[in-house]
Design a protein around this ligand. Sequence first.
Ligand code: SAM
Length: 220
Amino acid sequence: MSPIFKNIFPRYFNLKMLQAPAADNNKAPILDVLCKYLPQDFQGVCLEIASGTGQHVIHFAQYFKQATFQPSDIDQANIKSISAYTAHHGLSNVKPPITIDITTPVTSWSEKISPATCDVIYNANMVHISPWETAIGLFDTAGILLKPNGFLITYGPYAEDGILEPESNIRFDKSLKARDPSWGVRDIKDLTILADKNGIKLIDKIAMPANNKTLIWKKV
Ligand SMILES: C[S@@+](CC[C@H](N)C(=O)[O-])C[C@H]1O[C@@H](n2cnc3c(N)ncnc32)[C@H](O)[C@@H]1O
């Protein structure tokens, strides 16, 4: 097969490169938020938890060329997809994805990451599409791995003080709970309790398209 065709239609020729339409839609608005907090020449380490297909990390790594991105996921099809995207884009600042189950302690991970070595931990669309234990694990992990003043950046739909808006998010929450009663849209108030236990403070809440939010948390 001619490389020209592979470059024009990569997704038809590389079945490992999974595509989530939502990730294509939200990657640009999320990058806009990252740019509020990180300079383009940011040289730090960003660990992504639950990278999914890899579309987000690839998009961010092409903009923050001097940063080092460490993608991860629990799912092996996603691990292969992230590797395929990284290879396709030839990105040297994206490390090979690692398998992380965020409900397990950092010390038990097969790939060791030393405490206080991450400048940013990024996590999108995980805590509502998985049991509450993933939220506990995410904040415990951030408490250990973030450097002082490092950011935990989370994205998704959230309730605030018991109120979930608008109607479409209420329907989404019901559909999640119908699929698995342990899933569901989380309340920022409950996440803040997990954050407090780990020396992490919520410093910004940014409204995003499609009734989502980006939350900026800081390790103090
Ligand atoms: C809806 S996808 C979001 C993927 C990506 N972050 C995005 O926004 O496009 C949820 C992701 O959470 C991951 N996930 C679920 N449980 C997990 C766990 N215990 N540890 C790590 N990742 C998990 C899934 O494998 C999946 O990639």
